[in-house]
Write a new protein. Structure first.
Ligand code: SF4
Length: 306
């Protein structure tokens, strides 16, 4: 039986230990970029759920150089435990939405740090033109490059409601282009988007199984202050998941996903000061403990190692 680091699914922690021989930590960087969904190119209000910080509310201060951002976070993290390796994660906004010479500068600065083992870049599939792809291909020869794509859902009607701003075919082309260059792809999904039933969410999981992707982030829908989603929520246009309901859905998603796909995230950790609902989501440790407990009860996970 396959042992996924004492969890019954293919966890990121397990993958990192297997690949790098030790635990690898993340430093969250801010390249100071914007997003075509915010600067007026595609729209000016962003995706309906996206906070002012461009889904990067924990990212470092963009006024610091990349080197300074990395060093500041390493100093803090290494105070608690000895750490040798890090993932340099460009999280806030769209991290390939800038001229290629600038991208080259900041990504090279990150990847050149001796303790950085992986460069991970959060972006949109419609911001991966040929020159950007060539740059990523070159960087991927230096150290592994992961590209994180915010798909959220396979359903076009939901994509229109959340104002994602690109079609599924665009995502599919981006995945093909990245994989042709051996760049690993991590897909972000949101569970509990307004109007999506359980079977539709599971259809997104089945769809991902058909794509050549290496990782997935399963993010609980958070309603954050200041977003248009919050306005719809306050008008009672949709409801958010109860905790046990979400955990059962999450387990269903894990059952449906190809076990080769690495699970990078299972809840999400939105900023507490912005979180309107569901408030139980802010107690992440408790949620994960309960999840593991419920998995043990589920027949399909019986006999798998926790
Ligand atoms: S693409 Fe990302 S950064 Fe841009 S509006 Fe949507 S969630 Fe926010």
């Amino acid at each position: 039986m396959r042992k996924w680091n004492e969890k019954p699914y293919h966890s990121l922690d397990y993958m990192l230990r297997e690949r790098f021989g030790e635990k690898v930590y993340k430093v969250t960087l801010n390249g100071g970029m914007s997003c075509p969904n915010r600067d007026g190119t595609l729209g000016s209000r962003g995706c309906i759920f996206c906070s002012e910080g461009g889904s990067g509310d924990f990212a470092a201060d963009a006024r610091l150089s990349i080197q300074e951002q990395i060093e500041t976070q390493i100093t803090l993290l290494a105070q608690k435990r000895p750490i040798n390796k890090y993932i340099a994660y460009f999280q806030a906004y769209t991290n390939t939405y800038a001229p290629v010479p600038y991208l080259n500068k900041i990504f090279t600065e990150a990847i050149s740090h001796p303790q950085v083992a992986v460069l991970s870049i959060g972006t949109r599939p419609d911001c991966l033109g040929p020159e950007v792809l060539t740059l990523l291909e070159e960087l991927n020869r230096v150290k592994p490059v992961w590209v994180e794509l915010g798909l959220q859902t396979k359903h076009e009607a939901t994509a229109r409601y959340i104002r994602r701003g690109y079609q599924l075919s665009c995502f599919e082309e981006a995945v093909r282009n990245l994989r042709q260059r051996r760049i690993e792809v991590i897909v972000h999904t949101i569970l509990g988007l307004p109007g999506e039933r359980r079977d539709e969410i599971l259809a997104t999981m089945e769809y991902l199984n058909t794509m050549d992707i290496q990782g997935v982030k399963l993010q609980l829908l958070h309603v954050l202050r200041g977003t248009d989603l919050a306005l719809d929520y306050e008008q009672g246009l949709f409801r958010v998941y109860e905790r046990t309901e979400y955990l059962d859905l999450l387990i269903d998603c894990l059952e449906h996903l190809d076990p080769e796909i690495v699970i990078h995230r299972m809840t999400g950790d939105g900023p507490k000061d912005l979180l309107i609902a569901p408030l139980w989501a802010s107690r992440k440790r408790e949620v994960l403990n309960l999840l593991h407990h419920r998995m043990k009860e589920r027949e399909s996970f019986q006999g798998k190692v926790f």
